[in-house]
Design a protein around this ligand. Structure first.
Ligand code: SF4
Ligand code: SF4
Length: 374
């Protein structure tokens, strides 16, 4: 019990490291031939959370734990580790086809970024559908399947607790990046390394917890704003409480702004927004653009189901989807992956890799092409 609690805490705050659970079939309660079939990733914390929730809600189910390299659902789907192939393989190898009399299967909603539901249906003969955005809504979701109100269980939110956890993980990941510079700098400045590590975690948590309150756009601008605000507070405190020299004050301010700006820049990497952020920085592409092409849209409504940000609404009169909250788009690509008619125009899934390295290489290539062929 205690060991499980300690493991949960470690998995929660150190989730940037993959923690794989064994892929395969699990039973929740006493499932029979008519019970639900669910799929999840093999990040151990998620598997345990899903099983615990099913147990608490008294839901008997079969759980397919897909081999996603121990990474959580959204990150694995964005990184290509939770894909149509992954689900096909777990269906075929788990033996589930011999254990149930139906072919309904529920996928985590956030896996839509990597899974094409149409291809999955065609390749397996199963009838997949995307479940709620969080397993804690499963019972409510099952009560109102088919009802438009189910959409309220499809919105991703970042409550304070989640943002705090995200901040600690951001601190860990940034520490890996900064540890060497900190150690080298501490050769000249005594005690700098541990002060900097504390500062790094403090700023990471503040960047994450205050993200919705800070001025500027998500990313560099918000990180910079936080750095400036904290520097002002630091100078006021310094004048009234501490008596440190001007150079030391400037040094501290420089660190605060530099680290905070970096952390602000790195933070969206915890969501797929990052790729679009890089494109905006390097290529000047507006962050996100999703647009429905009405002539191609058949009004199936799948974009309204997979979108975790409530960007689309279906006009039931004309049977077309419409973009109603463009600003909320997280650039996750789930709608584009799953639209059966390629009816969603966008500027962040161009068919080429948009990681930072490829974005820089592609932008250099395209600028060269412009010079060669004016
Ligand atoms: S945009 Fe695509 S997914 Fe959305 S309703 Fe139209 S056809 Fe369906
Ligand atoms: S509109 Fe944006 S947030 Fe919504 S599914 Fe499409 S890419 Fe993701």
């Amino acid at each position: 019990m205690m060991l499980n609690l300690l493991k949960d805490i470690w998995f929660l705050f150190g989730r940037l490291f993959p923690f794989p659970a064994k892929p395969g079939l699990r039973r929740a309660g006493n499932p029979d031939r008519l019970s639900l079939v669910l799929v999840t990733c093999n990040f151990e914390l998620t598997v345990r959370k899903v099983l615990r929730t099913l147990e608490c809600d008294g839901i008997d189910a079969w759980l397919l734990v897909a081999p996603t390299k121990g990474i959580n659902v959204w990150c694995a789907a964005s990184g290509g580790y939770f894909s149509t192939d992954t689900v096909v393989s777990i269906i075929k190898t788990s033996g589930i086809e011999n254990l149930v009399d139906h072919r309904d299967i529920i996928l985590p909603q956030l896996s839509a970024t990597g899974i094409n539901i149409w291809a999955l249906r065609e390749r397996t003969g199963w009838k997949p559908r995307f479940g709620p955005v969080d397993i804690k809504y499963l019972a409510k979701y099952l009560e109102c399947v088919g009802d438009p109100f189910e959409r309220k269980y499809r919105r991703i939110e970042f409550p304070l607790g989640d943002r705090f956890v995200m901040g600690t993980n951001l601190g860990f990941s940034s520490l890996l990046f900064f540890i060497l510079p900190f150690l080298v700098a501490s050769i000249w400045m005594d005690g700098l390394w541990w002060k900097s590590i504390l500062l790094l975690f403090f700023l990471a948590i503040l960047n994450s917890v205050l993200v919705f309150l800070l001025p500027g756009k998500p990313g560099v601008q918000k990180g910079f704003s936080l750095g400036v605000i904290l520097s002002v507070i630091f100078v006021v405190i310094r004048q009234n409480i501490w008596t440190i020299g001007h150079w030391e004050t400037l040094e501290q301010i420089g660190w605060i702004i530099l680290l905070s700006t970096y952390l602000g820049y790195d933070m969206p990497s915890w969501s797929p927004l990052w790729r679009a952020e890089i494109k905006e920085l390097v290529m000047g592409v507006k962050r996100t653009l999703v647009e429905v092409i009405p002539e191609q849209c058949i009004g199936c409504g799948l974009c309204t189901i997979v979108c975790p940000a409530g960007v689309f609404e279906l006009d039931s009169g004309i049977k077309k989807s419409m973009v109603v909250r463009l600003d909320a788009c997280q650039a996750c690509g789930a709608c584009i992956e799953n639209c059966p008619k390629e009816a969603i125009k966008n500027n962040f899934r161009s068919g080429t890799c948009s990681c930072p390295t490829c974005t820089v290489i592609n932008s250099v290539k395209s600028s060269k092409r412009k010079v060669l062929h004016p």
